[in-house]
Design a protein around this ligand. Structure first.
Ligand code: SME
Length: 164
């Protein structure tokens, strides 16, 4: 069980996913809801592994300050590490983590949650906060639920486009 307001936002993203026309619509909806309804979530975005270059993440939909990190090799950053390790990374103090690639001077903490489809990591949700240690167990569980919703959507979309 997710805590409120996380539970409500996660449920609304899941509901939107049931009728979303495509992935772009779903990721756009998700970043808007997460960023605008959770005040400590200051930068909210998706990164996707580039199909033509699977060792590189490409920036997808985001809400927040523009970032210079529009393409990130999986060998770099917290973003790359989450793909390489295949697990959620929570950084309470970004200045203390040598992997951190600075996006904004105001960022103090970050969470990156991998998105899986068919068991493989295909992308991730990345959130930065201007507050230290903004991502506790409840926030992590919420974002992992959102990542599962998006991963299931990708699997479903692929299946529905399959030519019999
Ligand atoms: N901080 C990330 C880079 C992306 S920006 O946060 C948007 C990292 O260390 O990988």
């Amino acid at each position: 069980m997710l805590d409120a307001p996380f539970a409500r936002i996660a449920a609304e993203i899941e509901e939107f996913a049931r009728t979303a026309p495509n992935l772009a619509a779903l990721e756009g909806f998700a970043v808007e809801q997460i960023a605008h309804r959770l005040p400590a979530y200051d930068w909210v975005g998706f990164y996707w592994l580039d199909a033509g270059d699977p060792q590189t993440l490409e920036l997808g939909a985001f809400v927040g300050a523009p970032t210079e990190h529009t393409r990130i090799p999986v060998s770099r950053g917290i973003c790359g590490a989450a793909v390489a390790l295949g697990e959620t990374i929570v950084v309470d103090d970004v200045r203390a983590d040598p992997r951190y690639l600075a996006c904004s001077m105001e960022t103090k903490s970050e969470i990156v949650v991998p998105i899986r489809a068919h068991g493989r990591v295909v992308g991730e949700i990345d959130i930065d906060s201007h507050s230290a240690a903004a991502f506790g167990p409840a926030g992590r569980a919420f974002l992992e639920a959102c990542a599962a919703t998006v991963g299931a959507f990708i699997e479903m979309a692929e299946a529905s486009q399959r030519v019999p």
